[in-house]
Design a binder for this molecule. Structure first.
Ligand SMILES: O=P(O)(O)O[C@@H]1[C@@H](OP(=O)(O)O)[C@H](OP(=O)(O)O)[C@H](O)[C@H](OP(=O)(O)O)[C@H]1OP(=O)(O)O
Ligand SMILES: Nc1ncnc2c1ncn2[C@@H]1O[C@H](COP(=O)(O)OP(=O)(O)OP(=O)(O)O)[C@@H](O)[C@H]1O
Length: 492
């Protein structure tokens, strides 16, 4: 890092999640990503350096091979002056959403990750000063598990995202249940994908954000601080999608512009990149044919059923498109948390007896070629060994990472007659864009989280079953009340 960059005024608050906080440089296309911790649980500088280096290694040696080097930006660990960090931390504090302030940005260790600013185009750097849009999508888990270890039938029919919505709304995390269903987005069927993306625009939660020139113009920083006016969004998008024509404002314009955006996103999400190395090709494809390809709770499927159509089509994803790659990584969770829990207990028991073996089992890395090779073993025949359990745990953690990552799609208009390689260009009715696709938040999920995942899974499923049941009871009561009413009515 150059000394002049150590002025806190050249950095601004960009966003944060549950585990990290990001600031972006006001001129250069880079960001700093800091870890966050509860106030009383700070780690030593050495531990933080090791944690960040592990994040870089995991991106560089595992996710890079899995997903393709064009999509993965692992960055580097940088050391920063503590005085600068103290000032930066103070400067950005007032911009942080309240719901994220239960954790503090790590300004004590002096370490952070330096990454490219993914709201900017990653393919052509000569366009740095052009206006740019970036759409961030957190798609979540795109398949229904088919593991034989599953004890609740509903998990084979309703996806985790749709079930989780009920608990989130009950807890007050979000106000309304979203109509977005990840299975629609991952279906490869353009109609279903359109419905999924439109649903995200209607209820973005933390699954959709839109940035213009690096600034958030649509989406939620927080459940209490959401910018979600589609007319306002269309106003921002109009110059990008209809640069020359005087499409007037109003509901027709909003619909037209939003439609153009969604069509562009579908084309990009389904396009196959042929560039860059992606070693997942040497891994056997994992099929989801045993599980069904639609979710019973999806509004799209319900709508079809209501119209007498009993078959929800999935066209399948083209191999090589970003959604296909993410889905393949997610499918490494072959046993479901219910099947994994006993394997975790097996490893824990072993470690209790032989605590020094933890490093040999490579639970905390190193994330290298050998670790990648182990991920390729897709067998699910349990031979009762600790080695088998550890391999399945590694695969599960990679899958969970892919279930929680985000896609960044950056779009900038091509100039008239600008001749570019077609693979990075998307055409809409009245415009042409250069685009880049990147992935963020590819940190490996911790081993220690497994018991917590198990509990959360059963909480989500039980709450869903309970709320569906009480909805059914409510409908039965209503029906009975109506019957009573009818009787009274007849008497009169
Ligand atoms: O369990 P989920 O599906 O709710 O995912 C958590 C996310 O919630 P979401 O449902 O996307 O709103 C959650 O996101 P938010 O904090 O709710 O924005 C985190 O991404 C969390 O990951 P981590 O523990 O910080 O590494 C995520 O936890 P993991 O399960 O990925 O560990
Ligand atoms: N390299 C980047 N370029 C631009 N924006 C970024 C970058 N990295 C992160 N962000 C922004 O910061 C936000 C938080 O980052 P990130 O998702 O990595 O946090 P997290 O705490 O790890 O997330 P989670 O809550 O899923 O655990 C992202 O949603 C994204 O908008």
């Amino acid at each position: 890092m150059e000394v002049e960059e150590m002025d806190e005024n050249t950095w601004k608050y960009h966003g944060e999640g549950n585990k990290s906080l990001v600031v972006s440089h006001v001129q250069r296309n880079v960001v700093l990503r800091f870890l966050k911790f509860p106030p009383d649980r700070h780690k030593t500088a050495e531990e933080i350096f090791h944690h960040l280096q592990n994040i870089v290694d995991f991106g560089k040696h595992i996710m890079n091979l899995f997903l393709g080097e064009n999509y993965v930006h692992y960055g580097e660990v940088v050391q920063l002056p503590l005085e600068f960090l103290k000032r930066l931390c103070l400067k950005i504090q007032s911009e942080r959403p309240e719901s994220r302030c239960d954790k503090e940005m790590d300004s004590f260790s002096g370490y952070a990750l330096c990454l490219p600013d993914l709201t900017r185009l990653q393919t052509y750097h000569f366009v740095e000063h052009r206006p740019i849009l970036c759409i961030e999508i957190k798609p979540k888990c795109g398949f229904l598990p088919s593991s034989c270890h599953i004890t609740k039938e509903v998990k084979h029919k309703v996806c985790r995202f749709c079930m989780h919505q009920h608990l989130k709304v009950a807890k007050g995390k979000w106000k309304w249940i979203s109509k977005y269903c990840p299975l629609d987005l991952f279906s490869g069927n353009k109609q279903r994908m359109y419905f999924a993306l439109m649903s995200l625009l209607q209820e973005a939660q933390n699954n959709l954000k839109i940035f213009k020139n690096g600034e958030l113009i649509f989406g939620c920083r927080d459940h209490q601080d959401c910018v979600s006016d589609l007319n306002e969004l269309a106003h921002h998008l109009k110059p990008f999608f209809f640069p020359a024509n005087g499409l007037s404002s109003g509901p027709y314009c909003t619909r037209t512009v939003i439609k153009e955006l969604i069509h562009a996103l579908i084309m990009i999400l389904l396009s196959s990149s042929t560039t860059g190395t992606c070693r997942a090709g040497d891994m056997k494809s994992i099929s989801i044919s045993q599980g069904r390809s639609y979710c019973d709770a999806s509004q799209f499927s319900k709508e079809l059923l209501r119209n007498g159509n009993h078959k929800t089509e999935g066209s399948g994803l083209p191999k090589g498109c970003i959604l296909y790659k993410i889905l393949q990584a997610q499918l490494l969770d072959m046993l479901d948390i219910e099947g994994l829990r006993s394997l975790y207990d097996r490893v824990e028991q072993y470690l209790e007896e032989f605590p020094k073996e933890r490093s040999n089992l490579e639970i905390d890395g190193p994330y290298n070629e050998a670790f990648y090779e182990k991920l390729k073993d897709l067998s699910t025949e349990d031979d009762g060994t600790v080695a088998y359990a550890v391999t399945k745990i590694h695969q599960y953690r990679v899958a969970m990472t892919a279930k929680d990552c985000s896609i960044m799609i950056a779009l900038t208009p091509c100039l008239q007659d600008e001749c570019l390689e077609q693979r990075c260009v998307v055409s809409t009715s009245k415009s042409r864009f250069m685009y880049s696709v990147s992935l963020l938040d590819l940190d490996l999920k911790p081993y220690e989280n497994i018991p917590h995942q198990y509990e959360r899974d059963s909480k989500i499923v039980n709450y869903y079953l309970k709320s569906i049941q009480s909805k059914e009871d409510h409908l039965t009561d209503l029906y009975k009340e109506n019957e009573d009413c009818t009787l009274v009515f007849h008497k009169v």
